[in-house]
Design a protein around this ligand. Structure first.
Ligand code: NAD
Length: 263
């Protein structure tokens, strides 16, 4: 039986991915804060190290699929935890489990980014560079020292920057992972009906923006977790052998409507 590791397995998109992969016949090992096979806090270096060690142990060092869904929304406090989970909690697992993926069968990994990653321009932004330099202290210092006009948006900036950087982290690894025969992609959802989205809608600072973050699609404004899980299952699986290093938007057209000339 093939083995999958899924972070954020206890809720939302991660839970739907677990169901999808189990349905496809895989053995799924979930990682989350609670209610999971491996209970670990991916916001801390110690929690990430424990998650990697436990995943290697339970999988016996052979992983076929890795899906990183664990994440915090822009409303989460403290702001530092958003970058810690959404970026550093992902790259620690990618790099820590890469060896076990190389031992897997036609192995691949998928990271959940967000279409909010493109709402701001990050080219040349020192915050993005600090992420890509793997300098967690510098990221946290920059988020804590935002200028007064940006400080009220700190949660959103932490969220969007972490989601942009994690997509770049996927693309940065495409050459080396490709050489090793392990595919790696990012999926960027728009608004998905999950507890994370509900918490954002209920937040006084970000609720209105999230309410307006809807797909320009007459059939539905938001996705269900299963819609995103279906795409992740496809991208991670044997039907997508040539999809590698890609950032696949599943946002009902939000990104296209905002940036029609960029792709
Ligand atoms: P969710 O809150 O339903 O699930 C996220 C899971 O991550 C939870 O089970 C939570 O416990 C886990 N998690 C949070 N912090 C953690 C930590 N420190 N250690 C371990 N696990 C932790 O949310 P969701 O909407 O299913 O989010 C899944 C991913 O999709 C996230 O990365 C999110 O940013 C991304 N995303 C969601 C939307 C949306 O509209 N819901 C849109 C774009 C991207």
């Amino acid at each position: 039986k093939k083995t999958a590791i899924v972070t954020g397995a206890a809720s939302g998109i991660g839970a739907a991915v677990c169901e999808q992969l189990r349905h496809a016949g895989m053995r799924v090992i979930g990682i989350d804060l609670r209610h999971s096979d491996i209970c670990a806090d991916l916001s801390t270096a110690a929690g990430r190290a424990y998650a990697v060690e436990a995943a290697l142990c339970l999988s016996e060092n052979r992983i076929d699929t890795l899906v990183c869904c664990a994440g915090l929304g822009p409303q989460a406090e403290p702001v530092a935890s958003i970058a810690a989970v959404n970026y550093f909690g992902v790259t620690a697992l990618l790099d820590g489990l890469f060896g076990a993926l190389q031992a897997g069968c036609r192995a691949s990994a998928v990271v959940v980014s967000s279409s909010s990653a493109t709402l701001q321009a990050w080219d040349g932004n020192p915050l993005r560079q600090a992420y890509l330099d793997n300098d967690e202290a510098a990221v946290q210092a920059m988020l804590a020292a935002l200028p007064p006009d940006l400080a009220p948006q700190a949660g959103f900036i932490a969220y969007a920057s972490s989601k942009n950087a994690v997509a770049c982290a996927v693309r940065q690894r495409a050459a080396s992972w490709g050489q090793a025969g392990v595919r790696l992609n990012a999926v960027a959802p728009g608004a998905v009906q999950t507890p994370l989205l509900e918490a954002g809608l209920a937040d006084a600072r970000y609720g209105e923006g999230i309410r307006n973050f809807v797909a320009p699609l007459s059939t539905r404004a938001r996705a269900e977790p299963a819609d995103i899980a279906a795409l992740i299952g496809f991208v991670a699986g044997d039907s997508a052998p040539f999809i590698h290093g890609s950032v696949l938007f599943a946002d009902g057209g939000i990104d296209a409507a905002m940036r029609p000339q960029h792709f």
